[in-house]
Design a protein around this ligand. Structure first.
Ligand code: ADP
Length: 432
């Protein structure tokens, strides 16, 4: 069975009222006991005073006892010598049920007994008890009402947040929770939630852009394929003509294949689904291998392709994935550098102890304002030039992922018209 109510507001109110009731109960009991002890002691003192006064009058002038009795009013007393009663007020002895405090003083010659009325004391205590008894439920009721109102006000932002949060969907990720007081607990919660929403929003936007870009990129070669095919169908062509059409179609298919493969790589990479098998890789050997595999491309363009290995440099990384990064950088360098230009790969260790592979070219360079952007997917400085060279805008995105997955970073140093340097920086590890 569920004992506590579901709402925090009701639970807070209940707890608050219960704690207050316990506090008031203990306080009331304390006050009552204290007052009772004080009054009782005072009464005892009065009885002792009465005994002393009666003793004094008895010793001085027994005949004055009657007058004393008159003065003492409600206080009854008896003075006896052995079995003989010397004086006894009217109404002595007090009835057994009467509320009186009895005091005695005795010595061999005489005995004094006093009975002081306890009624005023009892009445005071009864009044006090009544006040406390009325106070407890009233205070508790006030605590319930006050607590309920207060809890409602304090918890109001939570309700507002829940209302807004309920309306947020993938389409309205730009919405934010209301933050009434950014520094209190709820404000902090709302801020954290809003930060999460911002990140989600960004991720969604990126995904949307990526899908749009990818569709666009896929459409271009498909359109080319289609128009080349249509043109070929409309006209009768020689064997040579058909060969050219097929070759041109295959070129587009190649482009599509590369695009799809790159997209797959990136998607799998971002989902963390490409396992790395790191080992200590000799970066010089890696650079030589990559340059040899792309040498034909640079020879076609009559470029000079040089490899400079300045030291025995190694890094702990996955060789296949790092090779992919270097291939992309070198491929770009060859692609964008004009005929008869120079492309250089340099492998070195920095003063800070990092392993570095640099790919330097004498191409058109990249204006600094593009340096961040070119690493994004489908980002290009000059779309026409890139497409003309068979670029699809994913090479640097993949290279950056490949380097970062291996614990390194990728940098670019370039200015328009001054060639470019792309740099892979990795923690150095001596190759065996
Ligand atoms: P792409 O397939 O278009 O080459 P990348 O991601 O490899 O895509 O590169 C992004 C853009 O960065 C390119 O479109 C190009 O504008 C620019 N870029 C990359 N490398 C170089 C370079 N070595 N020289 C000049 N521009 C470059």
């Amino acid at each position: 069975m569920r004992v506590l109510p579901r709402s925090v507001r009701a639970r807070l109110t209940l707890w608050h009222a219960a704690v207050l009731a316990v506090v008031i109960c203990s306080f009331s009991a304390g006050v009552f006991l204290f007052v009772r002890a004080q009054l009782s002691r005072a009464l005892d003192r009065q009885v002792a005073d009465d005994l002393a006064t009666i003793e004094k009058v008895y010793q001085d002038e027994k005949g004055d006892l009657g007058e004393l009795a008159h003065r003492m009013g409600l206080t009854l007393f008896e003075v006896a010598e052995g079995e003989t009663v010397v004086y006894r007020t009217r109404g002595w002895p007090p009835p057994a049920t009467a509320p009186v405090r009895i005091g005695r003083r005795a010595d061999p010659s005489h005995r004094i007994t006093v009975a002081r009325d306890e009624t005023p004391l009892r009445q005071t205590l009864a009044t006090l008890a009544a006040i406390l008894m009325i106070g407890l439920p009233s205070a508790t009721a006030l605590a319930v009402v006050g607590g309920y109102v207060l809890a409602g006000r304090v918890l109001a932002p939570v309700g507002a947040m829940a209302d807004t949060a309920r309306k947020i969907t993938a389409e309205s990720l730009a919405a934010r929770l209301p933050v009434e007081n950014p520094d209190d607990e709820f404000g902090r919660l709302a801020r954290v939630f809003n930060d999460t929403l911002s990140r989600l929003h960004q991720a969604f936007e990126q995904l949307r852009r990526f899908t749009a870009d990818a569709s666009h990129e896929l459409r271009t070669p498909l359109t080319a394929l289609r128009s080349v095919g249509e043109v070929a169908l409309q006209r009768r062509l020689s064997d040579e003509g058909y060969r050219e059409v097929v070759a041109s179609m295959l070129e587009e298919v190649d482009r599509l294949t590369r695009l799809v493969e790159n997209l797959l790589t990136l998607t799998r990479a971002e989902g963390g689904r490409i396992p790395l098998t790191p080992s200590v890789v000799n970066l010089g050997e890696l650079a030589v291998g990559v340059s040899e595999s792309l040498r034909v491309l640079s020879e076609e363009r009559e470029q000079v392709l040089k490899v400079e290995i300045c030291a025995d440099v190694g890094a702990r990384c996955d060789p296949d994935i790092l090779r992919q990064a270097l291939i992309n950088l070198l491929h770009n360098a060859i692609k964008y550098t004009p005929r008869a230009g120079t492309v250089l790969i340099a492998v070195n260790v920095t003063a800070a102890g990092d392993a570095v592979i640099e790919v330097k070219d004498t191409g058109p360079g990249i204006a600094p304002r593009y340096h961040e952007r070119i690493f994004e997917r489908f980002a290009r400085v000059d779309a026409a030039r890139s497409t003309e060279q068979g670029g699809i805008g994913l090479g640097l995105a993949i290279a950056r992922w490949a380097v970062e997955a291996n614990g390194g970073r990728i940098e670019v140093e370039s200015a328009e018209g001054a060639g470019s340097v792309f740099r892979i920086v990795l923690p150095h590890a001596s190759p065996r």
